[in-house]
Design a protein around this ligand. Structure first.
Ligand SMILES: Cc1cc2nc3c(=O)[nH]c(=O)nc-3n(C[C@H](O)[C@H](O)[C@H](O)COP(=O)(O)OP(=O)(O)OC[C@H]3O[C@@H](n4cnc5c(N)ncnc54)[C@H](O)[C@@H]3O)c2cc1C
Length: 390
């Protein structure tokens, strides 16, 4: 009988597999897709932000409500440990200007390839195209190209991901399986997502353009950064960082010129030429770049010029809610802390551990997601080792 069956070959599942293989135990990793780590590879398309280079307390504060739960696991696998781990797989890392840490290759594929090779050298076995569908008594049940198969494993780590980008494997369908077993699953919600704005045709020339150096008021936090105008609305790091609060009902309010006070903008207006056109005022007197000026014209075209400084400092963007959950970078919801032991074992299913994005925590982009998945995967793996060797 195999010691550990890991289901779900993203960063969380692979980390659990490695910890258990390092303890000299037998491990089988199974995934529904024809290849492993598809979402991880997608994360690599934007450079693979592995973690953030900042003091540990600042780092863990980003997990907000989930910080007390995740902190012990993150302290066992810190943001610094993520860098060492990547280097151990032959991937040198660098810290970008905002503290975000990336592999120098700016891709996930070399890291994933090296990781899978290292796992197979440690004796880990793999199966692809096996979709887990639940349990048959104590056996794990799978739909495979050869029909229904079962696996009898001493322990299981479920690392099935969240509920976005279903085409990459993370379809959230596991929630029905666990709900049917009587495990209370919190509903999925989009996290780190864009918002829908039905732009007029005037905005078309700006699709894909970043709106740089803005601040966003989100709940109690002020977020400084950039966002992007897309054909369907707005997206990008500052919007993602605020998205949790907007999802909970906070208005989307942006300071388009955070380095200037309203008074400074008013005094610039007073110095303008009396016959200056509105677009000249926006550009020359108020120093708005073309995309910021377009945003003003999109929503406040009739606003008297003397009121523009107030609008610029407190720019309310009307929106039609979040983009569909499947487009979100990550999801909130999933298995709540209350359903799990400290070692991430399902209280109602001894010997079954869970890790990664399928747990109910959320964090902004910036490497917090992958670090959280690696840390929870490591914890689940270590708990499986303790369970197997007790
Ligand atoms: C576009 C994009 C960019 C991102 N960029 C970053 C970034 O730069 N930094 C960062 O920290 N995070 C980033 N993320 C988020 C990060 O990729 C995820 O949080 C992370 O991959 C989740 O890891 P996981 O191991 O929990 O699950 P996943 O990586 O989602 O893996 C889950 C696996 O489970 C398998 N599975 C699901 N159901 C079954 C089943 N029934 N049977 C068998 N197998 C099953 C899936 O096929 C999948 O392989 C990004 C996400 C996206 C979409």
């Amino acid at each position: 009988m195999i010691d550990l069956c890991v289901i779900g070959a993203g960063p969380a599942g692979l980390m659990a597999a490695e910890v258990v293989a390092d303890a000299g135990l037998s491990v089988l990793v199974i995934d529904a897709k024809p290849s492993f780590g598809r979402k991880f590879l997608m994360a690599g398309k934007s450079g693979l932000n592995l973690t953030k280079n900042e003091p540990f307390d600042v780092f863990t504060a980003n997990y907000d409500e989930a910080e007390p739960w995740l902190r012990p696991m993150l302290s066992e696998f810190t943001n610094t440990d993520v860098c060492t781990w990547a280097q151990s797989l032959g991937q040198e890392v660098f810290t970008g200007s905002s503290g975000r840490v990336f592999p120098k290759s700016m891709k996930a594929s070399p890291l994933l390839r090296a990781w899978l090779l290292r796992l197979s050298e440690k004796g880990v076995q793999f199966k692809t195209r096996w979709r887990w569908t639940g349990w048959d008594k104590t056996d794990l049940k799978f739909n495979t190209p050869e029909g229904i198969e079962t696996i009898n494993a001493k322990t299981t780590v479920l690392a099935l991901g969240g509920a976005s980008w279903a085409n990459l494997g993370s379809d959230g369908k596991w929630s029905d399986i666990l709900s049917n077993e009587g495990i209370a699953i919190h509903p999925f919600k989009p996290a780190n997502m864009g918002f829908i704005i039905p732009w007029s045709h005037h905005m078309q020339p700006h699709f894909g353009t970043p709106v740089k150096t803005i601040t966003l008021q989100a709940g109690t936090k002020t977020i400084r950064g950039d966002f992007v105008i897309s054909a369907k609305g707005i997206e990008g790091s500052a919007i993602y960082a605020a998205s949790k609060y907007i999802r909970k009902g906070a208005p989307l309010v942006i300071d388009l010129l955070p380095d200037h006070s309203e008074e400074q903008l008013q005094s610039r207006l007073l110095q303008r030429k009396t016959k200056a056109s509105r677009s000249s005022v926006l550009r020359k007197a108020l120093h708005l770049d073309p995309v910021k000026a377009a945003l003003i014209n999109e929503f406040y075209t009739k606003t008297p010029i003397q009121d523009l400084p107030k609008i610029i400092k407190s720019f309310h963007i009307p929106h039609n809610g979040p983009r569909p959950m499947d487009e979100a970078i990550s999801t909130a919801g999933g298995i709540p802390q209350s359903a799990l032991t400290e070692g991430l074992m399902l209280k109602d299913k001894p010997s079954v551990f869970c890790a990664g994005e399928m747990l109910d925590w959320e964090a902004p982009t910036g490497g917090y997601l992958i670090t959280g998945c690696l840390a929870t995967g490591r914890c689940a793996g270590q708990s499986a080792v303790t369970y197997l060797t007790a």
